[in-house]
Design a binder for this molecule. Structure first.
Ligand SMILES: Cc1cc2nc3c(=O)[nH]c(=O)nc-3n(C[C@H](O)[C@H](O)[C@H](O)COP(=O)(O)OP(=O)(O)OC[C@H]3O[C@@H](n4cnc5c(N)ncnc54)[C@H](O)[C@@H]3O)c2cc1C
Ligand code: FES
Length: 551
């Protein structure tokens, strides 16, 4: 008899029933949102904490590898377990009430901060889990929207959101709609989005740049930094004295926090980036955030990198004109069978997840050291992803040294293999950021072995040429035939066991696991990942690069 057990999910109190089927299948059948991906005990997406009740492990077919995801004594994988009794489970980092993409917000107040800057305060109809530095999109009519940064830390107060909005000449929102808004009016806001967020590095000295209302994006990061015992320096550029509209708060903070300094920089007197670079910060160790004018951001980035700042420690948001939203056009063009996306799918979310994944990869690569074991490297990567705020890894993190670079992901590797002075390393990440899947992988060469360097060069050439072939309209099947031909022409072999896959708001596994190499239509942008795995024809030397297909 198939006995049904009641599974309660804490703290929501929601329940579902499970019998002989896997707990993952039972929860999916109940219609509750479930975090999952690989279904084979490798990624840890479906990890739960068992607060009460008994379960048994899935019986594995002979020869099937055991689940590899490491678990604490009170943890269990839904995809590998059956209930034996009523149970109470907790799912860390997951809300059963999946946050809506668009919420209503009521105007609480509006006041002038300067002759052309307005502070707008709104209360969303449900609390928004915004990270310091993120922004919302204000929905206008006909799919149009405008981005504005959340200038406070909503979780530190009653959930209200503060915006600082500059009047743009001819601006539909800032010059017309904003003026007509009254207390009690309703707005529709989408998000939060953005990768220019607090990086949670407790010790690094923080350098902040803003021009104009770029301060709105910087202020929550400043508030977060001021709570830590770190050195914080802020450079704020403005056209006139009135542009430093939060001067009183900043001056008071200098008194309250001895390790904080700020410098107003009038445009007539210089540029923020030049002033900062003349001040001799410890750039090799710093963490830099910049918001506002795109020109300032580009120049600040170039100057800071030249002064020794590692590239992944420069985090920025350019306040470009928002313009009409292109997401509706994209959604309408997706294939109904192979390119389904979830309810929270958005371009801003996907782009931010990509940016954070790229940054995480750079950070992890910078911490790889000769002599380190694969096991130690994987532990370091897990810590880094957690520190940066990844809620899950929708596929396991892969780090492979030397001979292991030709092994397919599911094949076991030697955890005690060490990184040699002359070596080749593959790092492949699949983190979930704010409900959006990231996926980014690359190959790194230690030393100057000619074959390692050639592998790295050819890998990127094959990827770039295949991406260009996609832009010309090739199908998924054609892309991988093309990539194979290009790899062989350059003296390498394309390994087809990494053949591209879907990506979306987490979990895309709900929509199937079609491989890009089997797709007989031209893949749409922002929903597929192109993977290129090269192997030397005879030697155990491999390289891997992947990125989301985007224009
Ligand atoms: C992620 C992000 C966060 C942002 N946060 C803020 C914020 O907190 N506060 C804030 O004041 N602004 C912010 N911006 C900029 C703001 O979204 C744009 O200025 C927006 O277009 C203004 O909307 P509008 O309807 O008033 O003007 P629009 O109708 O969009 O524009 C009117 C005209 O002005 C031009 N224009 C608009 N904005 C700019 C600009 N920034 N630079 C140069 N030309 C422009 C347009 O090209 C157009 O010709 C942010 C932008 C981004 C991308
Ligand atoms: S570990 Fe269960 S879905 Fe990956």
């Amino acid at each position: 008899m198939n006995t049904r057990h009641v599974i309660e999910l804490s703290p929501s109190g929601k329940t579902f029933e499970a019998g002989d089927e896997l707990l993952l299948d039972a929860m999916l059948a109940s219609g509750l949102p479930v975090p999952f991906s690989c279904r084979r005990g490798a990624c840890g997406s479906c990890k739960v904490v068992v607060a009460q009740g008994q379960y048994r492990a899935k019986r594995l077919a002979p020869g099937t590898p055991s689940p590899s995801y490491p678990l604490a004594a009170n943890e269990m994988l839904l995809c590998q377990s059956h209930a034996c009794a009523d149970m109470r489970l907790e799912i860390p980092g997951w809300s059963l009430d999946a946050p809506a993409l668009v919420v209503e917000a009521t105007v609480l107040s509006k006041r002038a901060l300067s002759p052309d800057i307005i502070e707008l305060v709104v209360m969303p109809d449900m609390p928004l889990a915004a990270r310091a530095g993120q922004y919302l999109k204000f929905r206008l009519v006909d799919g149009d929207s405008r981005c504005f940064s959340i200038a406070n830390l909503p979780a530190d107060g009653d959930g209200r959101l503060i915006f600082q909005i500059r009047r743009v000449s001819g601006g539909l929102f800032s010059e017309t709609l904003l003026g007509d808004l009254d207390v009690g009016d309703l707005l529709h806001v989408e998000g939060p989005f953005g990768a220019c967020t607090w990086q949670d590095d407790d010790v690094a000295p923080v350098v902040l740049f803003a021009t104009g209302t770029g301060y709105a994006g910087i202020k929550p990061i400043l508030l977060t930094a001021l709570k830590r015992d770190v050195e914080v320096t802020f450079y704020w550029g403005g056209a006139q004295a009135a542009d430093f509209y939060d001067r009183a708060f900043l001056d008071q903070s200098v008194i309250d926090c001895p390790r904080f300094h700020w410098h107003p920089v009038l445009a007539s007197e210089g540029r923020v980036q030049d002033v900062a670079l003349s001040h001799g910060h410890r750039w090799e160790e710093a963490q830099v955030y910049a918001c506002g004018n795109g020109g300032m951001i580009n120049q600040a980035r170039a100057g800071c990198l030249e002064a020794g700042l590692p590239a992944h420690r420069f985090v920025a948001e350019a306040f470009v004109p928002s313009g009409p939203s292109s997401v509706d056009t994209l959604l309408n063009s997706l294939d109904e069978t192979w390119e389904k996306v979830g309810p929270r799918y958005s371009l801003d979310g996907m782009l931010a997840a990509r940016e954070k994944s790229v940054r995480a990869l750079a950070s992890i690569a910078s911490q790889l050291k000769v002599g380190m074991t694969t096991e130690a490297a994987l532990e370091m990567a897990a810590r880094q992803l957690q520190t940066m705020g990844a809620s899950h890894t929708w596929h396991p993190t892969y780090i492979r040294f030397g001979d292991d670079t030709v092994r397919p992901p599911r094949e076991g590797i030697d955890p005690s293999r060490t990184l040699r002075p002359s070596d080749i390393v593959v790092v492949d990440l699949g983190p979930v950021w704010d409900g959006y899947e990231g996926d980014y992988g690359d190959t790194f060469v230690f030393g100057e072995a000619p074959l390692h360097l050639d592998c790295h060069k050819v890998l990127h050439e094959v990827f770039d040429e295949t991406r260009e072939a996609w832009l010309r309209g090739m199908t998924g099947v054609e892309l991988y035939d093309f990539a194979e031909e290009r790899a062989v022409a350059k003296g390498w072999r394309l390994s087809r066991n990494l053949a591209g896959h879907r990506i979306a708001d987490f979990p895309h596994a709900l929509f199937g696991n079609k491989e890009l190499a089997d797709l007989d239509i031209t893949p749409s942008e922002m929903v597929w990942v192109l993977e290129i795995q090269l192997c030397h024809p005879v030697l155990p030397i491999g390289g891997f690069f992947e990125d989301i297909l985007m224009r």
